[in-house]
Design a protein around this ligand. Structure first.
Ligand SMILES: *Cc1c(COP(=O)(O)O)cnc(C)c1O
Length: 496
């Protein structure tokens, strides 16, 4: 029997995993959730002997039940290959009593690679299974990071095209160079004369345009999205929690069935939700520690039961967590509402109309798996400096939010004994300036690439290929356009 999926806002209609991956978002605006969370059916002894790829198969086959063994293994092997700079894919590093799970060894040196390197293969396999004859065209508006990671994942994947729009004057020079040097005959990058919101709105409009859909279909194309709410991004993220647990066991760091804590630097709530799913599959996890930066909507939610996005948006040094609407939280809300789609839909309606909602006391009681806290910008910097000075290990600003929150957790709860895994979501080289200035203010006067070499020296870590690439790579894309010409630009790329 296949595990079926339904929307968090309507449980009536059921979809197979491959259909849910193809659709991305449900038509009613809800997120796809499995009817139930499957249990892991391999023992910890077996898992402890498995490679990352084998673990991925053991976990993902439980969720993506309409994929054949051959199909799924094929996707896994193509995703987790030499694009990663270590055969371990997601290594664990022990520093200052915690285990840092390094999720940044893929092509763009941040954790989005863990899912975006497999999504293109899941998507093209899903298309074949559902007799989709058209090529899939991924349309994305990006404020910087996701566009690059998505392109890296889709580059030269047969049967796909990817078109990324970014605000010409709204991304950092490094982010722009990363995108403009992207290889792959099927990748297209466009700098638009406008801001991110305008890019995003125009992309949404293209998705919903029936005339454009017909034009594309006649030319052999259909649009799809690589958005972070796609179940094809969530499921691959469960894998590394299982893998980390099994490695701790294999190394003798934990006993059989010993519970661990997991700390996750959180923005859109996708990564920590994957840890929650891992726990519900049977992985012995005690607390799920949700770490926020100064945009602490989630901390307030876990403390008060009220989710309220009506507040100032703060730009921090951990920009990938600067979010006021954590989309994936909806999957947790649905669950603590007792899988009640109508109840969840009501709360989401309140959120879109008033910017806030409050869960009932009964729902709040079901949040005891979670602990939430946040760090100020100052505390984030101090966490980087302290860990470096105590151990020599250098972490990025996002991971530092998690390290700072873990410290607060220990002080507040007295729980210093439970072994703890901290999700390390970006290489320090991705945020070199913030990291180096946190370690010593003397670095403020140095140039960007000088700082990269200095970081390499003090951390005793080789400069990652992704950074070397930016230094030397050729610019391969030069398209720019006005916001009202985005559709014409798409047609010009695809229809010869
Ligand atoms: C996206 C991202 C996060 C936040 O992850 P979510 O799944 O959105 O909660 C944290 N750190 C880095 C470096 C990221 O790129």
């Amino acid at each position: 029997m296949d595990l079926l999926y339904s929307s968090t806002r309507n449980s009536e209609k059921k979809f197979t995993a491959s259909q849910a991956i193809l659709k991305g978002l449900a038509d009613d605006g809800g997120l796809f959730v499995p009817e139930s969370i499957p249990a892991l059916d391999v023992s910890i002894e077996e898992l402890s002997k498995m490679s990352y790829q084998e673990t991925a198969y053991a976990v993902m086959k439980k969720f993506l039940t309409d994929f054949t063994e051959e199909e799924l293994k094929n996707c896994i092997d193509r995703a987790y290959d030499s694009k990663f700079d270590t055969p371990q894919i997601a290594p664990l590093v022990n520093a200052d009593g915690a285990y840092y799970l390094e999720l940044f060894h893929g092509s763009t040196i941040a954790f989005k690679d863990m899912a975006l390197s497999i999504l293109p293969h899941l998507l093209t396999t899903a298309a074949k299974k559902n007799n989709v004859k058209n090529d899939i065209v991924i349309l994305t508006a990006t404020s910087g990071d996701t566009g690059k990671a998505a392109m890296a994942g889709f580059a030269d994947v047969e049967g796909t095209q990817i078109i990324v729009f970014y605000p010409k004057n709204g991304v950092s020079p490094i982010q722009e160079k990363q995108m403009l040097t992207q290889k792959g005959a099927n990748t297209h990058v466009v700098g638009i004369h406008g801001n991110f919101d305008q890019a995003q709105s125009a992309v949404k409009k293209m998705f919903n345009d029936k005339d454009l859909e017909k034009v594309m279909d006649d030319a052999g194309y259909q649009f799809s999205s690589a958005n972070s709410i796609n179940i094809g991004r969530l499921v691959p993220q469960i894998v590394y929690y299982v893998y980390a647990y099994a490695k701790l066991y294999a190394n003798g760091d934990i006993a059989k069935d010993e519970k661990i804590n997991v700390v996750v630097p959180t923005g859109n709530f996708g990564n920590i939700l994957a840890a929650f799913y891992a726990k519900n599959m049977g992985l012995p996890i005690a607390k799920l520690i949700c770490a926020s930066n100064e945009n602490k909507v989630l901390y307030d939610f876990f403390t008060t039961g009220e989710y309220n996005k009506n507040r100032e948006f703060i730009l921090t040094n951990s920009p990938s967590m600067d979010i006021l609407i954590s989309s994936n939280l909806e999957r947790l809300i649905y669950r603590i509402a007792g899988n009640d789609a109508a109840k969840n839909a009501g709360l989401m309606k309140e959120l879109s109309e008033t910017g806030k909602y409050t869960v009932t006391p009964e729902m709040k009681e079901k949040l005891t798996d979670f602990y939430g806290n946040y760090t100020s910008e100052k505390e984030t910097g101090e966490a980087i400096k302290k860990l470096y000075e105590d151990t020599g290990y250098v972490i990025d600003t996002h991971t530092a939010v998690a390290a700072g929150v873990y410290d607060k957790y220990k002080k507040e709860t007295g729980d210093t004994k439970t072994k703890t895994v901290i999700a390390s979501t970006a290489s320090p080289f991705k945020f070199t300036r913030s990291v180096m200035e946190a370690i010593d203010s003397k670095y403020a006067s140095m140039g960007d690439f000088e700082l990269v070499d200095e970081l390499s020296k003090i951390a005793n870590v080789k400069v990652p290929q992704a950074i070397e690439d930016i230094r030397s790579a050729k610019i391969l894309h030069d398209t720019e356009c006005d916001v009202d010409k985005m559709e014409d630009t798409v047609k010009a790329f695809l229809i010869k």
